[in-house]
Design a protein around this ligand. Structure first.
Ligand SMILES: NC(=O)c1ccc[n+]([C@@H]2O[C@H](COP(=O)([O-])OP(=O)(O)OC[C@H]3O[C@@H](n4cnc5c(N)ncnc54)[C@H](O)[C@@H]3O)[C@@H](O)[C@H]2O)c1
Length: 339
């Protein structure tokens, strides 16, 4: 019988792509989502891609009773995506962020302890490296200073997970530190659907390409980098999704805490990404330079040897695939909205 995996926040951007990878690898996927940043029609899209409709629970990941009810149905492992992810909103509304990002985790671990489910994969972030560490960022570096509540909530979560694995040596917790997830499923059916104006680069570029936004703001062109714009590590969301399948396989066989980077291992500048989008899709992006944003560091990219070695994982998609799939999804979404 296939192993059952619960995805909290599984209808969101990374969760939905991971659902596809898990189903295609033979897992039985169960999704819990409160739809605070996603749409229920993603379920239909998952069925279109995989021919399987995952079981869906509408509810909050802070609802311990509901978590226990789901986990009791022989769930072997949980991938915990549910949480808020905007750095800028977290500065405006820290309590909302700490409440959602920390209380979901605490209630989930409590429910896992009560039902005997001991395998957890968590969505952490490169932001835990803070502002002092120099790229390539390696998992054995100390966590650095985070400039916002979002980043601190990820650091706190990793500390909590370490404590759990000390108190219960049979518990397996893997914190996947994502770098910059971008792109969309090649079918164009699922991708990132930002609520309101996106903070992230790629949805903004494709929004300018489709005419939703007039101009792309590039924050800072005076960084100490090859073209003055920030350098980031962009990873195709389908590669990221495959990394979760590998992490689940690892968690099911091993105990203890591990933090693992999931990135491409390469840094691209913001201008290089804009140019790649323009040349791949033959579209001109209207852009302008603005002031630097507070808290942005010049260069961030991953060392991915640990993921290569212990998960046997590495990226398959390149920057052109990312640009093509992002634009493909944007066009499909545009069609959907006009119907
Ligand atoms: N996308 C990124 O750039 C990025 C980078 C690093 C880390 N992460 C982390 O990865 C995770 C997933 O990110 P994403 O980009 O898929 O975000 P997303 O907002 O698309 O997905 C999160 C999902 O969780 C749901 N959710 C939120 N709070 C919930 C709650 N209390 N109960 C139930 N469901 C809830 C939302 O409705 C949404 O479907 C988040 O924890 C995020 O912090 C994301």
């Amino acid at each position: 019988m296939s192993k059952k995996i619960l995805l909290t926040g599984g209808l969101g951007y990374i969760g939905s792509h991971t659902a596809v990878s898990l189903i295609e690898s033979g897992y039985d996927v169960v999704i819990l989502d409160n739809l605070s940043n996603s749409r229920k029609d993603v379920l239909e899209k998952l069925k279109k891609i995989t021919k399987v409709m995952p079981k869906f629970y509408f509810g909050d990941a802070r609802d311990e009773g509901l978590l226990i009810e789901i986990l009791k149905q022989n769930v072997e492992a949980v991938i915990h995506f549910a949480g808020y992810k905007s750095v800028y909103d977290s500065i405006k509304s820290p309590i909302e962020y700490y409440d959602n990002n920390l209380n979901c985790l605490i209630r989930l671990i409590d429910a896992m302890n009560k039902t005997g489910c001991r395998n957890l994969v968590f969505s952490s972030s490169a932001t835990v490296y803070g502002i002092e560490n120099i790229s390539p960022l390696i998992e054995n570096m100390n966590m650095g200073t985070c400039t916002n509540p979002y980043g601190r909530s990820k650091q706190m979560t990793e500390e909590i997970l370490k404590d759990i694995t000390v108190s219960n040596p049979e518990f397996s917790a893997i914190a996947l530190r994502y770098f910059n997830p971008v792109g969309a499923h090649p079918s164009g059916l699922i991708g990132e659907i930002p609520r309101g104006v996106p903070n992230n680069l790629m949805p903004y570029i494709s929004g300018v390409a489709s005419g939703k936004y007039e101009v792309l703001n590039i924050y800072g062109n005076d960084y100490d980098t090859r073209d003055g714009t920030c350098i980031r590590d962009f990873i195709h969301v389908c590669d990221l999704a495959d990394g979760h399948v590998k992490a689940i396989e690892y968690a099911l066989k091993n105990n203890g805490f591990d933090a693992i980077n999931l990135g491409s291992g390469n840094g691209y500048s913001v201008l290089e990404i804009v140019k790649a989008f323009e040349s791949t899709n033959n579209i001109k992006i209207n852009k302008k330079f603005s002031e630097r944003r507070a808290g942005d560091i010049a260069i961030s990219y991953a060392d991915i040897k640990k993921a290569n070695q212990i998960l046997n994982w590495g990226p398959r998609y390149g920057i052109e695939d990312i640009c093509r799939d992002t634009w493909n999804f944007e066009k499909m979404m545009f069609q959907d909205e006009r119907v």
